[in-house]
Design a protein around this ligand. Structure first.
Ligand SMILES: C[S@@+](CC[C@H](N)C(=O)[O-])C[C@H]1O[C@@H](n2cnc3c(N)ncnc32)[C@H](O)[C@@H]1O
Length: 159
């Protein structure tokens, strides 16, 4: 499998899991956390997919397309491990995190703190959609649809 195949599978899984939450009307009340704005493609998809929500968006810098830059008051700039601490207890409906690097040793470090942050920001019954596994006792891993490649993207519900 080429890196292009892997990328396409990852993006397909990301989009389809977000759409599944919409189509099955699964999200409880609450804001949506976008952990890693990047180019803003996912942010652009989520604001259309979940209209009427507040989005709080994290990144160390703004490098998004100009059409996908969140309002200043919803943009949290800095190292997510530190900045997101202020959002523990936000009772979020959804945390989406796309901050994997493809380097196992770097991702292992992120996976040591991201699960706790995601669980801490979510309300009970809220969902996490993540490119990295979120191993945490309060996050129940849910099955993903059969057409998605296992291990490309993960879906969790906070207990
Ligand atoms: C893969 S990109 C996200 C792509 C995004 N889903 C999109 O639609 O374009 C990951 C982003 O997360 C940011 N990021 C990764 N780790 C971070 C960290 N520890 N603190 C702050 N930002 C981080 C990077 O700067 C990058 O912009």
């Amino acid at each position: 499998m080429t890196r292009l195949d892997i990328f396409i599978n990852r993006m397909t899984a990301q989009r389809d899991l977000l759409n599944l939450l919409r189509d099955q009307n699964l999200l409880p009340e609450g804001p949506i956390m976008e952990v890693g704005l990047g180019n803003g493609r996912t942010y652009s998809h989520m604001i259309e997919t979940f209209p009427g929500r507040r989005f709080i968006v994290f990144d160390r810098h703004v490098a998004a397309h100009k059409t996908s830059i969140p309002p200043e008051e919803d943009l949290v700039i800095g190292e997510i491990r530190e900045t997101a601490q202020n959002y523990i207890g936000s009772e979020a409906a959804l945390v989406h995190a796309d901050i994997g690097t493809g380097y196992p040793e770097k991702d292992a470090i992120v996976m040591s703190w991201l699960p706790g942050l995601a669980a801490g920001m979510l309300r009970s019954g809220g969902y996490a959609v993540s490119g990295l596994a979120l191993d945490h006792p309060q996050l129940e891993m849910l099955p993903i649809p059969d057409h998605l490649e296992p291990g490309r993207y993960y879906l969790y519900r906070k207990i």
